[in-house]
Design a protein around this ligand. Structure first.
Ligand SMILES: Cc1cc2nc3c(=O)[nH]c(=O)nc-3n(C[C@H](O)[C@H](O)[C@H](O)COP(=O)(O)O)c2cc1C
Length: 159
């Protein structure tokens, strides 16, 4: 039976996720970033994570072909940052300061977690690409609550 795309979308929206901003560099080493909730831990040993990126993402090449990328996991007070990185690329790093580690990919301040990764594989997944990364470096906050995304809306953790 064919799947109704709207029903599929609605159904997947019941799966609450955190929100990340994935950052990378173009071949010219220009910083790029995308808000991504399709982030998953994959393996503890070796330490692997994955992200899924829409084929239509403007800066796709930075993640599907670049060697390195970073994942910044957002806290509950970072909805505005999430919205900025879901908008037009030219505004994302305008007047924004960030740190860099060894890869040079942007490490966004104030996040719950920052991960620096080496891309190990890019897999075709329908209208998305699945990008698998091995984690090279981790920093995390000692406390804090995540920004959540549920039924196409932002949320905090329910008590
Ligand atoms: C909460 C939220 C989660 C998102 N998750 C994803 C995702 O997992 N994968 C993806 O490709 N786009 C996702 N997007 C959309 C992208 O952030 C947006 O299309 C992207 O910034 C476009 O980048 P571009 O300007 O390089 O095309 C999400 C947007 C929001 C608001």
């Amino acid at each position: 039976m064919p799947i109704d795309p709207l029903k599929f979308r609605k159904a997947l929206g019941y799966f609450a996720t955190g929100v990340t901003i994935v950052t990378g560099l173009t071949p010219e080493r220009i910083p790029v970033g995308v808000t991504v909730n399709a982030f998953t831990s994959v393996s503890l040993d070796p330490p692997l994570i994955l992200i899924c990126l829409d084929n239509a993402t403007g800066c796709l090449g930075a993640f599907c072909e670049g060697d390195k990328f970073c994942v910044n996991i957002l806290g509950e007070d970072q909805q505005a940052l999430s919205e900025d990185f879901a908008g037009p690329q030219e505004h994302k790093f305008k007047d924004r300061t960030f740190d860099t580690w060894e890869s040079g990919c942007p490490i966004l301040p104030g996040c719950l977690v920052n991960l620096e990764c080496t891309r190990t594989e890019t897999i075709n997944g329908g209208d998305h690409f699945i990008v698998l990364g091995q984690v090279d470096r981790i920093e995390h906050a000692s406390e804090g609550r995540p920004l959540l995304y549920f039924q196409s809306a932002y949320n905090g953790v329910l008590k």
